[in-house]
Design a protein around this ligand. Structure first.
Ligand SMILES: NC(=O)C1=CN([C@@H]2O[C@H](COP(=O)(O)OP(=O)(O)OC[C@H]3O[C@@H](n4cnc5c(N)ncnc54)[C@H](OP(=O)(O)O)[C@@H]3O)[C@@H](O)[C@H]2O)C=CC1
Ligand SMILES: Cc1cn([C@H]2C[C@H](O)[C@@H](COP(=O)(O)OP(=O)(O)O[C@H]3O[C@@H](C)C(=O)[C@@H](O)[C@H]3O)O2)c(=O)[nH]c1=O
Length: 277
């Protein structure tokens, strides 16, 4: 049985839908990953063969002023999951982020590139990656710019703002690959099906700025909204973000045969399937 930790989160919901009866889901009401006893109780009772950790503290600006909580959830919590999953002979899948990189490389990041997080969120997620080593049977899957059904995300924010405003200002100097949670869930399944271990990058293909992403969202949704440019410096949010954090997904393709679709196709499909709100 596959245990999805953080099953009510955006990615967690998609993993539950993909795995159906083969999965069991737990979230904050059932498990607190920052509490070793809670992790022991759940894992020793359910005895899964695979633990996918989709639980995290994902508010990037919130992490910047709540360092301790960020390190507990995104760092220490993963150590507990790794130690106890090892004890029961289960594999651990940890989901990580492009924000472990500083975005200064200028070309897509490879799995072995040097991590240099700019933010507390990035630091805490890097600590989580390292803590997976407590279980040698682990997978770290780094992804970026996620959107999906049932989650707070950039696409939903834009659609909400676009219904209210005729003009928006969105940063045009951060470049990445918007990624649909459904495609990430499929990539994780492909990695598990092939018995892969270690670190992999998984994102939809191609890249764009947040500004360009917003324009495509409005074009596909048929909303007439002017999207004006602004710099990250002008936006001045609490947590620094990497400017160019595209992930090279060649290793995923080579080891599993899974080819992520272009971000534009994924977005189109997501909007077609999205229930009216
Ligand atoms: N969203 C994105 O753009 C990206 C996300 N990622 C990574 O992907 C993974 C999934 O992200 P996403 O689906 O957006 O996450 P969400 O924030 O949507 O979901 C995370 C879930 O974890 C739960 N949770 C928080 N703290 C704990 C805890 N102490 N114990 C148990 N559960 C807890 C949350 O509950 P509650 O809501 O009640 O706090 C929530 O249900 C994370 O590892 C994230 O870092 C990587 C790159 C991009
Ligand atoms: C709503 C809005 C956002 N923005 C900018 C702010 C930010 O740089 C960018 C995207 O906003 P978000 O708050 O979604 O960005 P952010 O929280 O930084 O998204 C990140 O989340 C974490 C969990 C990850 O792991 C990353 O891969 C990435 O997806 O758009 C505007 O410029 N104008 C706007 O009106």
């Amino acid at each position: 049985m596959i245990l999805v930790v953080g099953s009510k989160g955006m990615l967690g919901q998609e993993l539950m839908a993909l795995y159906g009866d083969a999965a069991r889901g737990v979230d904050v009401d059932d498990i607190d990953i920052t509490d070793l006893e809670s992790v022991q109780r759940v894992l020793l009772t359910l005895k899964p063969s695979v633990v996918i950790n989709a639980a995290a503290y994902t508010d990037v600006d919130g992490c910047q002023s709540n360092t301790e909580l960020a390190m507990q959830v995104n760092g220490e919590g993963v150590a507990f999951l790794a130690m106890i999953s090892k004890e029961i002979g289960a594999k651990l899948v940890q989901v990580s982020t492009d924000y472990i990189f500083d975005g200064k490389k200028g070309s897509p990041y490879l799995e072995d590139d040097l991590a240099a997080p700019l933010s507390v969120y990035g630091e805490s997620k890097l600590a989580g990656e390292m803590n997976t080593w407590f279980n040698p049977d682990h997978l770290v899957v780094r992804t970026q710019w996620l959107y999906g059904h049932g989650g707070k995300n950039f696409v939903e924010t834009m659609l909400k703002l676009g219904a209210e405003k005729k003009e928006l200002t969105v940063v045009d100097d951060q470049i990445g690959s918007p990624t649909w949670t459904r495609d990430l869930a499929l990539a994780i399944k492909a990695l598990l099906d092939k018995g892969c271990q270690g670190t992999y990058h998984a994102a939809n293909s191609g890249f764009v700025s947040w500004n360009g992403f917003a324009k495509e969202i409005f074009r596909l949704a048929g909303l007439d909204v002017a999207v004006l440019p602004m710099t990250t410096e002008q936006l001045n949010r609490p947590a620094p973000r990497p400017l160019y954090s595209t992930l090279d997904c060649g290793k995923l393709q080579q080891d599993t045969g899974f080819v992520p679709q272009p971000w534009q196709d994924a977005l189109k499909r997501y909007l077609e399937l999205r229930p009216a709100r």
